[in-house]
Ligand binder design. Structure first.
Ligand code: GDP
Length: 167
């Protein structure tokens, strides 16, 4: 296996940011199980020593109280942003900071995936750091990786980062 230990990954982001596409690429084309509990559309993938849970945030305020159930015990958070949907970034910022308010996640590493860089225009890495207020995220270690899940650009960097977290 790629991973030395079991790694619990939570993949979150606004609807349409590309989470399912990334999940499928990370899971190497395996079918995704869908778990239609409590109105939250949670997708689960297990591969080697990795378990990945994926769900949409935003527009699902009523299920916010359930987030803890999916984030509890997670080792890393992958927060997926649509870098081409520039108008959606303020909402993504709000949801990211709201998610990180959970004390359970206070020191959980966050990988911000800036997806859809194959589309123009898209926010640059520097602009995204500014627009997501990442400089205010001081307790969680964080990193931004610009990718295209669809064109499979820089997905290897995501895997490398995950492998590093798992060791
Ligand atoms: P989710 O709602 O976050 O799970 O998003 P999906 O994975 O369902 O993707 C939403 C739409 O964006 C789909 O039409 C995908 O094909 C498209 N998409 C996902 N990733 C990329 C990408 O890197 N580039 C482009 N151009 N489209 C993408």
């Amino acid at each position: 296996t790629f991973y030395a230990k079991k790694l619990e990954v939570v993949l979150v982001g606004l609807e349409n940011s590309g989470k399912t596409t990334l999940l499928n690429v990370l899971a190497a084309g395996r079918p995704v199980e869908t778990c239609p509990t409590i109105g939250l559309n949670v997708k689960l993938v297990r591969k080697g020593g990795v378990q990945m849970k994926c769900w949409d945030i935003g527009g699902q305020a009523q299920y916010r109280s359930e987030w803890g159930r999916y984030t509890r015990g997670c080792d890393v958070i992958i927060f997926v942003v649509d870098s081409h949907a520039i108008e959606s970034i303020p909402l993504a910022r709000k949801e990211l900071h709201r998610l990180l308010e959970d004390r359970e996640l206070a020191t959980t590493p966050v990988l911000v995936v800036s997806n859809k860089i194959d589309l123009e225009p898209h926010v640059t890495e520097g602009d995204l750091i500014r627009d997501l207020n990442l400089d205010y995220v001081t307790e969680n270690p964080w990193i931004v990786i610009p990718i295209s899940a669809l064109k499979v650009v820089n997905v290897d960097q995501v895997l490398q980062w995950l492998i590093k977290q798992g060791n």
